[in-house]
Design a binder for this molecule. Structure first.
Ligand SMILES: *Cc1c(COP(=O)(O)O)cnc(C)c1O
Length: 271
């Protein structure tokens, strides 16, 4: 399914409202409130103007999957915000529950992160969704030693078993969560997963359910304590299903901005 490019401010407003409505409906279906699900607007195919418009409409959580793009986006948006003088005030706040909407812009790193780029990225984002190995966690822990606040991360789970996907296999999650929990410069905030690329809804549902189960297990054992609250799953094609299966963070790009031009889509998951 392709979604037409969103080009005018009115189209963006409509697309944004429609995504918010769909999130609210899906949340209601599972007995939750709209504000119980955090929307991360994935800006990788957005024009800079569209990011500003979205922030003006109140969307504070933004996500990028590629390091270079992230750097560009953060720089251009902070320039815009500092001209509006809305930056800086709330960043000292302790976010106990990271799944609650922020009052200031927060960037989320959602794509594969190489260890040699970790430092650059950590300085730009509030949450990294894509920690997928012990080695990356250790690297972040070392980086965290020089900061005054622990680094907030999600553990990326490969629940579909696809060999092309990053992420920790389900049986390894508990142990790795324990290891990360012992790293004092990190704060494990939850889990992230991506559904397999398939039209088979049953398969997608099973992936989300497995991730939800292991998420609950980590909570049950009290492994990462009160900070472990975020379950990031669901993208444009499957966020309603993900919410039904327990997601409280969804990462949505093309449903907001339309599908990218074919040339833009190149090399998406390889950073
Ligand atoms: C691009 C991307 C998304 C958003 O995908 P859409 O299908 O455009 O909504 C979500 N999560 C990750 C990790 C991505 O790379």
């Amino acid at each position: 399914m392709t979604i037409a490019r969103v080009t005018t401010p009115d189209q963006l407003r409509d697309a944004y409202q429609s995504v918010l409505d769909r999130i609210a409906n899906a949340a209601a279906k599972s007995g939750r409130r709209p504000e119980d699900v955090l929307l991360v607007a994935v800006t990788k195919y957005a024009a800079p103007d569209q990011i500003r418009q979205l922030v003006d409409m109140g969307q504070m959580d933004l996500g990028e999957s590629r390091v270079q793009q992230l750097e560009k986006r953060v720089a251009s948006l902070s320039e815009f915000l500092s001209r509006k003088r809305t930056l800086g005030s709330a960043s000292t706040r302790e976010d106990i529950d990271i799944t609650k909407a922020a009052t200031h812009v927060r960037w989320h790193m959602i794509g594969h992160l190489q260890r040699n780029k970790a430092k650059q990225v950590i300085n730009l984002v509030d949450l990294t969704h894509s920690v997928d190995s012990l080695r990356l966690a250790e690297e972040l822990h070392n980086i965290g030693a020089k900061r005054d606040k622990p680094i907030d991360i999600l553990l990326q789970v490969n629940a579909s078993g696809e060999t092309t996907k990053s992420g920790v296999a389900i049986p390894a999650v508990i142990h790795l969560a324990e290891q990360i929990d012992s790293m004092l410069n990190l704060r494990l905030r939850g889990l992230m997963t991506m559904a397999p690329k398939t039209d088979d809804e049953g398969l997608i549902r099973a992936t989300f359910q497995r991730t939800y189960e292991v998420f609950k297990e980590v909570q049950k054992y009290g492994i990462a304590g009160k900070y472990f609250t975020a379950l990031s799953m669901g993208m444009s094609d499957d966020f309603e299903l993900a919410i039904e299966c327990g997601a409280n963070v969804v990462r949505v790009g093309s449903a907001l901005f339309g599908d990218p031009e074919p040339s833009e889509a190149d090399g998406d998951e390889v950073e």
